[in-house]
Write a protein that binds this ligand. Structure first.
Ligand SMILES: [Zn+2]
Length: 558
């Protein structure tokens, strides 16, 4: 009796005082690493050239989910980062694109734009306010904060604002990103989180690292002849930067910044330099030290999102030597980050996952030159054809309020005036678009609200559909087709890549784990990045994020 009373007391004591984090097999720090636009193939394409401490450490020591796919359209950065940390899709978290048409405003809104906030930590006044306002469900970061009565710390860092803000959810202690517009390449934050940036951030900024990096040249890490996983350095699928006559190494950033100084974009050059990843790694390590992450009984969370891979992909394409070199250097940066975690937190005190927000299609002109399907869907042409169809069928009127290439927003006033039924005209639009060359599928909002699709592209469209923000008809194009608003651009002339579709070239991403409690192994089971947050909930014994759709990755718990 007495013994069980003591046991009960111990049990209660444990729960009241050590509710989170005392358990020796719980991590002190969760680290999320997101590599923007990293396709699964890039893990293996350069594998022989990676060192032992970066990507290969994850493959060799951790758990490798080889068949992870983004399961919604559009496969873009903002929905990607929101989905990873909310454990759900745009259908619930509301981040339906990097930007979307907002009927009430008659204009586009950015995924993190918030006019009630302003940038803190810059030098010039920067009124472009940002916050996680548009996120409509909780993240795993929020659940961790709530559960610990806000004693667990959540810090999120990136080069892009959205890639720092969305992972932290609404209750992060701080999100920091690289500011090229209103400072000499400082890490800044938003008034949403703080009145001014912490001293350690100011100190880091004042070291002038961005300047120092941008005074260097970018040359390949190894002799050019060894870059055999890529096309020759000089090829027609890449543009020439900074007034050069060919798209080739070396890139003299010092000369390039002189040329663009007057335009105010010299610090933006860091986005197309491997230095962007190096600088972020240094900043992330400074955050671990200065925020004292992983040092108390409350597990903390750090998100580090690397953006340069995406910019290099858009600019040069995945076949480029530039891309290969970015990955070989990023591999070393990851090694630096992991070794800092080992020494500061302890190898068995943290759990880390690495994934991507989306992948990307090979350059479409390159596909076409090699007999594969590669084409452009020209937004303006589809708009004009659809408009003519509606005018011919229903009479003169403003029928289309907005068309961004994948979503048709019909003009509801015109439809009301003409006393037409919205589901009927939605279906007419979808049926018409389905007759058009290049369109694979068009689904109406009515169908998306009343049907449940189980798999395939219908399901990925439905996962991207948020009733109050999405359009009346959602469409997707044939495999190999990219969207472009420039109707004169010849397919043969396309340089660089894009992403956004539901095809595997855009959706198949790496998903690896390592650290405390992570078994060594790999799986070919079909999984999604939205399975990460519910897995973290299981590791930390947390409540699931509010609209979780993903499932814990059971292999990690066997
Ligand atoms: Zn991108």
């Amino acid at each position: 009796m007495c013994k069980s009373y003591i046991l009960l007391l111990l049990f209660l004591f444990g729960h009241f005082f050590y509710g989170l984090g005392q358990d020796s097999n719980k991590p002190k720090l969760v680290v999320g690493v997101i590599i923007d636009q990293m396709g699964f193939d890039q893990l293996y394409k350069y594998k022989d050239r990676y060192g032992e401490t970066g990507f290969k450490r994850l493959i060799n020591e951790g758990f490798n989910f080889k068949n992870a796919n983004v399961n919604y359209i559009p496969s873009e950065t903002a929905p990607g980062h929101a989905s990873i940390y909310t454990g759900t899709t745009p259908a619930y978290h509301g981040i339906i694109g990097n930007s979307w048409y907002f009927r009430a405003l008659g204009d586009y809104v950015g995924n993190v734009s918030d006019s009630t906030q302003h940038i803190v930590g810059s030098i010039l006044d920067n009124p472009n306010g940002v916050s996680p306002l548009n996120l409509t469900t909780t993240t795993i970061s929020d659940e961790l904060r709530l559960r610990s009565k806000f004693k667990s710390k959540v810090i999120s860092v990136s080069i892009k604002d959205r890639a720092a803000i969305l992972p932290g959810g609404k209750s992060a202690n701080g999100a920091y990103w690289y500011d090229w517009e209103s400072s000499p390449g400082y890490f800044v934050s938003s008034s949403y989180y703080m009145k001014k940036v912490p001293k350690w951030v100011s100190r880091f900024n004042e070291l002038g690292k961005s300047d120092a990096y941008l005074n260097q040249s970018w040359n390949t890490l190894y002799p050019l002849s060894t870059y055999t996983a890529s096309s020759p350095d000089d090829n027609k699928y890449e543009p020439s930067l900074g007034g050069k006559s060919s798209p080739t190494f070396p890139y003299d950033f010092k000369a390039m910044r002189e040329k663009v100084k007057a335009m105010g974009t010299e610090y933006r050059l860091l986005w197309v330099s491997p230095a962007g990843n190096s600088l972020l790694t240094e900043f992330a390590i400074a955050a671990i030290e200065n925020e004292k992450l992983g040092t108390d009984d409350y597990p903390d969370l750090l998100n580090v999102s690397y953006s340069i891979t995406d910019v290099i992909g858009h600019t040069f394409g995945p076949q480029s030597v530039e891309m290969e070199d970015i990955y070989l250097r990023l591999d070393k940066s990851l090694g630096d980050l992991f070794s800092a975690l080992d020494s500061k937190i302890g190898e068995n005190n943290y759990v880390l996952f690495l994934t991507s927000d989306h992948a990307a299609i090979p350059v479409v002109s390159y596909l076409r030159d090699n007999k594969l399907d590669g084409d452009i869907a020209r937004i303006e042409q589809y708009y004009n054809k659809l408009n003519s169809f509606l005018v011919a069928k229903y009479g003169v009127g403003a029928w289309i309020e907005n068309f961004d290439g994948t979503q048709v927003y019909l003009n509801k006033n015109t439809i009301d005036e003409k006393k037409l039924l919205l589901p009927v005209i939605q279906q007419e639009v979808a049926d018409f678009l389905m007759t058009q060359k290049g369109v694979y599928l068009a689904l109406t909002a009515h169908d998306l609200q009343t049907q449940t699709y189980e798999e395939g592209l219908r399901k990925t469209i439905q996962n991207g559909y948020y009733p109050k923000r999405s359009g009346d008809v959602l469409l997707t194009y044939d495999s190999g087709t990219i969207l472009n608003s420039n109707s004169r651009m010849a397919v043969e002339k396309v340089k660089g890549t894009v992403h956004g579709s539901g095809y595997s070239y855009d959706t198949h991403v790496p998903l690896l784990w390592m650290g405390l409690g992570i078994p060594k192994g790999e799986s070919v089971r079909s999984v999604n990045p939205i399975d990460i947050a519910p897995s973290l909930a299981m590791f930390l014994n947390l409540r699931m994020p509010s609209a979780v759709q993903g499932k814990p990755l059971s292999e990690l718990f066997e």
